[in-house]
Ligand binder design. Sequence first.
Ligand code: GLN
Length: 483
Amino acid sequence: MHNKTIAEISRDLASGEYSSTELTTDLLNRVKQLDGDINSFITVTDKQALAQAKAADERRAAGNADTWTGVPIAHKDIFCTNGVLTTCGSKMLSNFEAPYDATVVSKFNDAGAVSLGKLNMDEFAMGSSNESSFFGPVANPWDKERVPGGSSGGSAAAVAARLVPGATATDTGGSIRQPAALCGVTGLKPTYGRISRWGMIAYASSLDQAGTITRTAEDAALMMNVMAGFDPKDSTSVDREVPDYTSSLDNSIEGMTIGLPTEYFRDDLSADMQQQVRNAIAEYEKMGAKVKEISLPNTHLAIPAYYVIAPSECSANLSRMDGVRFGYRCEDPKDVEDLYCRSRGEGFGNEVKRRIMIGSYALSAGFYDAYYKKAQQVRRLIRNDFTNAFNDVDVIMGPVTPTPAFKRGEKTSDPVEMYLEDIFTIALNLAGLPGMSVPCGQVNNLPVGLQLIGNFFDEGRLLNAAHKFQQATDWHLKTPADI
Ligand code: GLN
């Protein structure tokens, strides 16, 4: 049962192959058996999951079932869940039970899905390796000495290990696509504004976007059908019709123009990595796509601009964690200043502190124009690069990451080296565009991802392109050896 996709589960539940209770019990047992080594879950909500499964089975027996009735998923621990621990991977929120559900969470509840629990992540979604979680690192199911990527490493590892068929995730600079690539699963980061951010703990508000981690593009489409749409509670959510994302999955690729940015196939990207991506492009050519070289000339400015904008926004967003209103509070504070200083000093980890300091500096009087404003201007140039490119092409393709999964500890001593992990993913967040990571090969027995970048609100086309690739190849079906 655990090898089934969301689409297959939905069909099996409908035909009575097994019940949601049987499936949920099976998956919860797998979590017990396998997650000790992987550490992808922070909280397993087994009682709640079994109650949801029972309710789903009853609805089905009464003839009221729908696509999602009784289908199990799990949520990245950045989404608030009513009455359930919501930690964001931090000591600061290690005792925080959210008083309400995030919009994304209530949409899945309303659709009848079963939530198995909350998934591990880098602290406050800052990181590319899932080593910064207060709840310990997550292991990559393909090689447990290696990282699963981050910050949605728990989501990617849980799906790769077949603990759950699909998971919610978030992407501020690559946190869906990069872990999906390193774990050999499918990740979709939609257009900024497509999915509500309400109840999703903010890291960098102008960049954060919720999305999906699944095994197949078809499953991503099914999750998008639940998640996408306007939410009056999120002022940046966009009021635009939501298509049925499954309806365009099988469209022909014939005549699709794929742009290959010269800047994404640089000499320092290893020949092995390039080869996997080029093989995937060749597969598209076989399906009738045309390929065109393009240039995104401001690509080299994406990381520097991001590491001004994201820390600036995070320093403002995280100021609410003050030891007063919620979360961790230090023991025996002397006075209010001591309360703030020690609660924050003890509650945040090193990477979060580093970013709060960078952001506070960049936003301070006299420096704001030189840093934050300048970075926003660079951001516009990056967006213009993409807008120009989309005059000539339908989809842009390239690698997701510079290398396959690296060893735990390999990049922790050098933050800049870690930041370069997102060199191919960050520009998209600055522009607000949708992107996907699709398994497209292996290097040294480790998965490699192909990145698909679409125009604004063109998720349907990305899902279509990814689905057609998955019909023609079997990289997305490969399973880690001891899973
Ligand atoms: N790795 C990037 C960072 O550390 C992106 C994280 C994310 O997308 N949440 O900020």
